[in-house]
Design a protein around this ligand. Sequence first.
Ligand code: FPP
Length: 259
Amino acid sequence: MAETDETDEISSAPGSILPAHIAVVMDGNGRWAQRRGLARAEGHAHGAIAARRIVEYCYQQNIPYLTLFAFSSENWNRPQQEVALLMELFTERLQAETAGMVERKISLRVVGSRSRFPQALLERIEAVELATAGGTHLSLQVAADYGGRWDIVEAARQLASKAAAGELEPSTITEQSFCDGLALSPAPDPDLLIRTGGESRVSNFLLWQLAYAELYFTELCWPDFDADEFQLALNWFAARSRRFGLIDDLESSAPAEPE
Ligand code: FPP
């Protein structure tokens, strides 16, 4: 790997609440480059460095699940040259990082359609998934050629096929059995979504799985996302009160004491 900031140490206050699963929309590579008079390719190259850094931060903090949105179903509509460049970057990065992930017990899965990837990338994905399958320290999902609606339709198709084959009674379908067919399964739903680049939307990412996630938006472009910003996001998360549709605590629901 080229440049990294592995020296950045991350340490949350003892006892602070950490997310078990962080999902990230890595937006703003192009703007980062344009603002510096660089080609968009440079922005993506620095985005890859930032992606490596956040893996490192999660690793240091013992955060067990990380999902990075690397390429959406809609990104195929970008200029062909940029798409080709991204495919090459993914292939090269996966190749370069495999040994390190095996050594550090990081498992990597690519989640998404895969139907339009170049052969070299497909082969690299299969190789890295196989090599890292035993990783237990951090489960890293890279969403590529991924869309939340695609994911939901795929899960529905799986259940429909089983029902059509007489293997499944539709009335027995539950949220959990539906969820089992989604691309991130068996990872738990993300607790925290981080989106860089200034936009406050989820852009067809993990539509089902983000139902109760805390959403953290920052103006920073992805290549600038560093240890300090990661810590800010963790601190912000730790201060959230997560109610999952319930009420804050039992005390607030207790009947008032008689005067
Ligand atoms: C969004 O920025 C970023 C992408 C579409 C590509 C993401 C890829 C990386 C971060 C590099 C490689 C990652 C891995 C996991 C190896 P944008 O181009 O939409 O930026 P803009 O909105 O400023 O144009």
